[in-house]
Design a protein around this ligand. Structure first.
Ligand SMILES: Cc1cc2nc3c(=O)[nH]c(=O)nc-3n(C[C@H](O)[C@H](O)[C@H](O)COP(=O)(O)OP(=O)(O)OC[C@H]3O[C@@H](n4cnc5c(N)ncnc54)[C@H](O)[C@@H]3O)c2cc1C
Length: 459
């Protein structure tokens, strides 16, 4: 079995046309008045930001539009009745990932899923020479994109692909939709080159949701409180308006996904500067939706948490992860443009596609092995609207641009902000901490300036 890896093989738009329905419970916010920092969103970035603001002795309020914390980290039983990660399921075990130490302190049960992957060619697993030629093609393609990116040529990654013969479509799928959630035509070479390998990944027994819950324990979050307007027009504090009331803050950290922001779910007054709006547009999320399904008795002999890729003739393909957490279920990941097309077609279409895929690789009876199934469509989660962010060709500077505050007091955070760990939980977490540090520095500078004014007047 070969370990054909770039970024361990996986690190990790159109906006949903209808705006989410705002639930309007009569309950007012439990927080009111003034806070130092308002934080919008309680995913990894929002929780990290809140912890950092609190540890600096500043007051904060976290507003979450949904009825749970975690955002794209979501461990749930769903229709299958087995607790599983519907979004992120692995984190990098690198020493630079602060979540590992935090999880260990909290007693989270990490494990290292088997790293090996399988490649299928028709009705059989690839032979050794096929693994070798596929791996060579994968590395050639990856090197070509990276070389262009490192030379500063910010092009569509697809334009740099060499002739990969029989592996063209499979390699384009692995490096594009599977790794980045977008097709290589929509991926910047420079952004691709900056992405760091996610090696030695950890998963959590019981789901990554446990890790986030442990991290969020000290953090107070207002759930079901979508922020609808952020008003920086006044000279003093900023008004942050939710569907259940408003607070005033001296700084705001926005951790909402780029697609939700691009869809205009929050009204900024005045509007965001053009450079910020353009930066957000160039960092749109791709698609990473799933069909989760039971496979009782492991009929295809999948290894635990094993990723399976199929030799493809075109972009109409998906990857599978088998025996998730050693349980009798698997999921198919619908990524990139094709994934989006299928997700839009609906759960029945996704299930039919998976049935056909299994039948073509494991025999006509394979369809019968599928038990209960459920689609997890992040592209339709009303406050997220997609999978993960990757820069469009020509947009590789956008992450840095977005890290600059808008209107001096609005700080952005989230996976899209991290230059080399974008599309990951660790990247989101670190970006939250950085945005909090920047907001605190801004508050400290403002209060120092205020104290200096009366002192100067006295003299
Ligand atoms: C299917 C899938 C698999 C993935 N697998 C992995 C993996 O294995 N490993 C990995 O490291 N990463 C993975 N990722 C990526 C990872 O999940 C994300 O990078 C990370 O969780 C993003 O965190 P965030 O805080 O930036 O954003 P989010 O998690 O999106 O959090 C933003 C929050 O803001 C809230 N919000 C939106 N609008 C408003 C509003 N107006 N008011 C208030 N709140 C609002 C949302 O409800 C959400 O809770 C995966 C992602 C997907 C979709």
């Amino acid at each position: 079995m070969k370990n054909f890896s770039r970024r361990g093989f996986l690190a990790g738009v159109a906006a949903f046309s209808a705006a989410p329905v705002l639930s309007q419970p009569a309950v007012q916010l439990s927080v009111s008045g003034d806070v130092d920092v308002a934080i919008v969103g309680a995913g990894a970035a929002g929780i990290a930001a809140a912890r950092r603001v609190a540890s600096a002795g500043r007051s904060y309020a976290v507003f979450e539009a949904g009825n749970r914390i975690g955002g794209r980290i979501w461990t749930d039983r769903g229709r299958l009745g087995i607790a599983h990660d519907r979004g992120a399921q692995r984190i990098s075990a690198s020493g630079r990932n602060p979540l590992v130490a935090l999880g260990r302190l909290a007693g989270v049960d990490f494990y290292e899923p088997a790293p090996f992957r399988r490649l299928y060619v028709g009705q059989r697993e690839a032979r050794d020479h096929e693994y070798d030629s596929f791996t060579a093609a994968l590395h050639r393609a990856s090197r070509a994109i990276t070389a262009a990116g490192e030379a500063g040529l910010d092009l569509a990654a697809a334009r740099t692909l060499p002739d990969l013969g029989e592996w063209q479509a499979t390699v384009a799928f692995v490096l594009g939709p599977l790794m980045t959630s977008k097709d290589l035509e929509e991926v910047s070479t420079v952004d691709f080159a900056r992405a760091e390998e996610q090696r030695d990944e950890f998963a959590c027994r019981g789901g990554l949701g446990q890790l986030l819950a442990a991290a969020a324990k000290p953090v107070k979050v207002e759930l079901d409180a979508p922020v609808v307007r952020i008003d920086t027009r006044g000279r003093g504090s900023i008004t942050v308006e939710t569907s259940r009331g408003s607070v005033r803050a001296n700084a705001v950290i926005v951790t909402v996904s780029t697609n939700a922001l691009n869809a205009g779910l929050i009204r900024f007054e005045p509007a965001l500067p053009k450079r910020t709006a353009d930066a957000l547009a160039g960092l749109a999320l791709g698609t990473r939706d799933r069909l989760v399904f039971q496979l009782p008795g492991n009929p295809f002999n999948f290894g635990a948490d094993q990723r399976i890729v199929f030799k493809a003739a075109d972009a109409r393909t998906v990857s599978l992860v088998g025996r998730v957490g050693s349980a009798d279920f698997a999921y198919a990941e619908f990524t990139g443009r094709f994934g989006r097309e299928m997700a839009d077609a609906g759960e029945a279409a996704m299930l039919a596609f998976v049935g056909d895929l299994l039948a073509s690789h494991f025999g006509a009876d394979a369809r019968k092995e599928i038990g209960r199934a459920e689609a997890v469509r992040w592209s339709r989660e009303p406050w997220i609207l997609g999978g993960t962010s990757v820069a469009a060709p020509g947009s590789s500077a956008n992450r840095r641009l977005l890290a600059e505050p808008a209107h001096d007091r609005i700080f952005f955070a989230g996976e899209a902000l991290h230059e080399s760990w974008y599309g990951t939980v660790a990247g989101a977490w670190i970006s939250g901490e950085r945005a909090a540090d920047a907001a605190i520095r801004r508050l400290t500078a403002a209060s120092t300036a205020q104290r200096a004014v009366p002192a100067q007047k006295k003299r």
